[in-house]
Structure formats: C-alpha cells, structure tokens
Design a protein around this ligand. Structure first.
Ligand code: AGP
Length: 372
C-alpha cells in the first residue's frame, strides 16, 4: 500500500532514501568514543582471529559486489590475503580451506541457497564462518559461527540498495576490527577512517539531495540499448553494481569493466553516442590511478562515447571531458563506494520508470533465491 511505501511511489525509492539512516544504524554502538570498535556479536575469539591466515568471502549478486570492495579494505588494513568468490562457484572447485581460514558469507536475506551451500562446505572443511546478514534469525546466520547484522531494516524491492550500503559498512567494520585485534596497520590512517566512517551517513544524505540532474539524465537515455560502466580499484565493483542495477531494473544491456581492461578489448564497443558511466577515484592519494582513468575518459570520448562522469567535489581535471558530471563528496579512497553507488541506484530506478518497467518487482526475478 501507499502507506507502507512511506509516500514514495516504489519501495525502491523509499529504500534509497533510507540509506543515510541505514548506514548510521549499522554503525550504531559499534564504534566507541575513543575510536575503537566493539563487535561483541562476533563470537569468534580474538585469539582465533589472530590465527586467521586467509579470508574468503562468498556471496551472490549485489552482496558479491560488496565482497569485492571488502577485499580492498581487508587486505589494505589487515594484510591478510583475501579472496572473493561467487557462492555458486565456490564449492565446485575444491577450494583450499582449513581451520585458519575465515569465511565471510554476505547475504541480505540470509536464505540464498548458493551462499548457504558455500558456507556449509566451508564449515565441513573446519573453517570459521562469519555471516554479514540483514535478516534476523535467518538460515545463513543460524548456520554460521558468528554474525554481524546489518541494520538496514526490511528491504522489499527486489533490487538491493540500502542492504548493499550497510553490507559495505559491515565489511569495513570487520576489516577494521581484524586490524584492531591483530594490531596491524592500527595507526593514524585507521583512526581517520573510523572518524570518516562515523560521518559518512551525512555524505550519503548530501548525495541524495543532488539527484535531480541524474534523474533527468536517466530519462533522456530511456531509448538507449546499452550503457557501459567503468571503474578502477574500489570503483570497479561499483561499476559492476551500476551495471547489475540497470540490467535488473531497466532490462538494458549493461556491463561493468575495470577501466584498465578497456584497451584489452572492450574499447571496441565504443561508438557514437554510447553512454559510458565512469567512476573516478579521488585525485588525492592514489593519484596515478586518477590520471589513468582521466586518460581513459579522453580515449572513449575521442571515439564518440557520451561520458557520464562521477567524480569527487573539487576534481577539476575531469571537467573538460565530461558530457555529464555527477559530483560526490570527498571521502577516503576505500569508502568512496558508499557515496559513488547512490547515483547509480537512482539512475537505474529512474530509467526503469521511464521505460515503464515494474520497479519493485522486475520480471523473472525473486527477492531471495532459495534454489541452487
Ligand atoms: C540485487 O539487486 C539482486 N536482486 C541480487 O543480486 C541479490 O543481491 C542476490 O540474489 C543476493 O541476495 P542475498 O543478499 O539475499 O543473499
């Protein structure tokens, strides 16, 4: 009913709008005023966590994209090697697991069969499993050794939005917690990141306030057949997520690429007026990556692409090459997906509406996939 949708036309719009609160709720009570983390729910002891020599993340769809981003954070902040695998592929390739592997299963519903079978396989090999889940008491957390709940509240729309942002927050918390427990890289950078994380819901709010031009752009592309998405580093999974949202909602051909791979094939796809969304990393810090992606934007634009550039406020180098410029707030590199994904959700939702599609119930899809 309209009341359930809180005055919005679709659950998806309501859930997009709820993201600042969902992000804040997922952080609530988990960062103490001194800047250290208390994750009491993680019932895997600090001594066991100190023994971990490999992290393996299993998940599907949007949750898998959260896992891809988590890898960057876990490896950077903890120096523990981390693999990310599609849950549906995991157990069929005889993965190398033992008692020192920590397996993280990410799932909004907690009922995804592929993810459940992957975690069962991991536990059979003696690995500890930590679930990151949004649904209290669902099967995946019940069968795991520990669970960190995301507090996104119920997500009704089939296309995942607020669950994704809170999965990212939970992944960052796990990465930082592992770092804290193991004493690795626990320096100024980590404290600064924790501070930024506790402010991030305001930044998500600011992004939401500036989405009207994104909606107008989406409407203007309603008759296109293809949209490509490019990113690097954590922007690469963001590109994959932008493409998945567009497939699910707009039923358009959409693909995400690592921008560095363009020259190895995908650049052949570029033609006159093809919309290409580019997620630009911050010009601070990893500035080499920034410069490389700016050259990618120039290359595709020279071949006729219509460039839709998502870039940090104050990044002026991209301006001459952006046919459409979407600004996002300045964040630490690893946290950028929390703000960069939001315009892509709004973009896909508006395109679906413009194409007359059912936003909350896309064709052929179910909210939770309980078959393998
Ligand atoms: C996302 O928009 C999808 N509908 C889908 O990819 C989803 O993320 C995937 O099926 C995993 O679901 P889960 O998080 O409930 O396990």
């Amino acid at each position: 009913s309209a009341a359930e949708k809180g005055g919005y036309d679709y659950f998806m719009l309501k859930e997009i709008a709820e993201q600042p609160k969902a992000v804040a709720d997922t952080l609530l009570g988990r960062i103490d005023p001194s800047g250290s983390l208390t994750l009491d729910e993680v019932r895997i002891s600090p001594s066991e966590l100190r023994e971990v020599d490999k992290v393996v993340i299993v998940a599907c769809g949007t949750a898998f994209h959260a896992g891809l981003i988590a890898k960057y954070a876990i490896e950077h902040w903890t120096r523990i090697p981390c693999e990310v695998e599609l849950a549906s592929e995991f157990r069929y390739r005889d993965p190398i697991l033992d008692g020192r592997s920590l397996v993280i299963a990410i799932s909004q519903s907690g009922e995804t069969m592929d993810t459940l079978m992957a975690l069962r396989h991991a536990r059979e090999q003696g690995s500890k499993v930590l679930a990151i889940c949004n649904t209290n008491g669902s099967t995946i957390p019940r069968e795991s050794d520990a669970v960190l709940y995301t507090h996104a509240g119920p997500e009704v729309a089939v296309a995942s939005t607020k669950a994704f942002l809170t999965q990212l927050v939970a992944c960052y918390l796990v990465a930082l917690y592992l770092g804290q427990v193991r004493g690795t890289k626990w320096g100024d950078e980590v404290h600064a990141v924790i501070k930024d994380l506790s402010r991030i819901s305001h930044e998500v709010e600011r992004v939401l306030e500036t989405m009207e031009p994104v909606r107008a752009l989406a409407r203007s592309l309603a008759t296109k057949n293809t949209v490509l998405f490019l990113g690097r580093h954590v922007g690469y999974p963001v590109a994959l997520e932008g493409a998945l949202k567009l497939k699910e909602l707009a039923y358009m051909h959409a693909e995400g690429f690592a921008a560095g791979e363009l020259k190895h094939g995908p650049i052949a796809l570029i033609e006159e007026d093809l919309p290409v969304v580019v997620v630009v990393p911050s010009p601070r810090g990893r500035s080499l990556l920034h410069d490389k992606i700016v050259s990618n934007i120039q290359e595709i634009r020279a071949r006729g692409a219509r460039t839709i550039v998502i870039a940090e406020e104050g990044d002026e180098t991209v301006v001459p090459y952006a046919d459409h410029l979407i600004r996002i707030p300045v964040t630490p590199t690893l946290l950028q997906p929390l703000v960069a994904t939001v315009p892509l959700q709004v973009f896909a939702c508006e395109l679906a509406t413009a194409r007359g599609n059912e936003v909350d119930q896309p064709r052929n899809l179910a909210k939770s996939v309980t078959v393998e």
